[in-house]
Write a protein that binds this ligand. Structure first.
Ligand code: UDP
Length: 333
């Protein structure tokens, strides 16, 4: 079976490519390289540098490579950026996905696993989050993904041969255990674990703790950190289970949370560095706690995470950062 991975040059997509190849699948990557890195794609994997919104070009890729299923990761994923430029996010994430579906429809490709997000829930009033809880995103990023969920549902209802699974990710973290690929968001990096490791490397001075007065055991926010390889495992299981007409929505997290201070302590233990911190104000839009109930996914596919210990997750990220402190090689000007 030939599969297409959109966003396969990005952090999560590149881990999908690696795992699919290890499983002996033929993989083609489609990526516009606006955020991804050519170097993250193995040399023996075809990289089609195309934007999702170029419907005919995407359809041509699907046809030329005899693709029968699509893992769809390509998206912009910074909340702050989405607030500043919502049209960009709706165009790239929502219109891009519609264009992909049109292309798939044109050439008869009927299987899709889609990267959705817990940001579609907004600020739920109960934890853990279950799939039936209301979805009220509080930023354009979350809304751009929720809109795709609705599009998928309606498209599937009209096309009985089509089947999809939308996976609502919690906080994706870590890297391939062999340190060959990892997270490289350049100077724009804002995620907690990479920021902690950049400070450990001396590439940033300190980490700001965004609020220590939350109603949580230690006053810092609690999140559900899921290792990227466990996350990809779930995608592969979901794709294998798809049958005509399926419309699945699953939470994808480990089912419990770690506080910012607990992650900081883990990063200090793993790196052996002090990691200076300062306490700052709360970051706008950060709910106190977000963690998943992932029972629906577990029951449907038998999935369970290999990584549940935060030190082990941070350790894999550290393998990547300490050998690639500047990330992937920068293209020459
Ligand atoms: N965080 C922090 N300092 C940082 C980056 C993140 O205190 O420099 C906190 C953030 O407020 C949140 C948690 O760490 O509570 C995880 O944030 P991240 O940006 O990694 O993921 P998000 O939960 O926003 O998707």
């Amino acid at each position: 079976m030939n599969v297409l991975v959109t966003g396969g040059a990005g952090y999560i997509g590149s881990h999908c490519v690696k795992q699919l190849k290890m499983r002996g699948q033929n993989v083609v990557v489609l990526d516009n390289l606006s955020r991804g890195h050519k170097e993250a794609v193995p040399e023996d994997v075809i990289l089609e540098q195309i934007d999702l919104r170029q419907t005919d070009a995407v359809a041509d890729v699907l046809q030329r490579h005899h693709i029968s299923a699509v893992y769809h990761f390509a998206a912009l994923a910074y909340v702050g950026e989405s607030v500043g430029d919502p049209l960009w996010y709706y165009d790239n994430n929502t219109a891009g996905s519609i264009s992909l579906l049109r292309a798939m429809n044109q050439v008869g490709v009927h299987r899709l696993v889609f990267s959705s997000t817990c940001a579609t829930y907004g600020q739920p009033d109960r934890m853990p989050i279950v799939e039936e809880m209301p979805q009220h995103p509080i930023n354009p990023y979350g809304m751009s993904k929720l809109m795709v969920e609705h599009v998928l549902r309606d498209y599937a209802a009209a096309n009985p041969k089509f089947a999809f699974t939308a996976l609502r990710y919690f906080n994706v973290a870590g890297s391939a255990a062999d340190g060959t690929i990892g997270e490289d968001h350049g100077t724009g990096e804002t995620h907690l674990i990479p920021v902690l490791l950049l400070v450990a490397l001396g590439l940033r001075d300190k980490v700001t703790l965004f609020g220590t007065d939350y109603p949580t055991p230690d006053g810092t926010c609690v999140r559900d950190y899921i290792h990227v390889e466990d996350l990809i495992n779930a995608h592969v299981l979901c794709m294998a289970n798809l049958e005509n007409g399926d419309q699945n929505f699953y939470n994808l997290g480990i089912g419990n949370g770690y506080s910012v201070k607990e992650v900081l302590d883990a990063a200090r233990r793993v790196t052996g560095k002090n990691i200076p911190v300062e306490v700052g104000p709360r970051r706008e839009g950060d709910p106190a706690q977000l963690y998943a109930n992932a029972d629906k996914l577990r029951e449907a596919t038998g999935w369970s995470p290999n990584y549940t210990d935060i030190d082990a997750i941070v350790q894999t990220a550290w393998e990547w950062f300490k050998t690639n402190p500047q990330g992937y090689p920068r293209p020459r000007k």
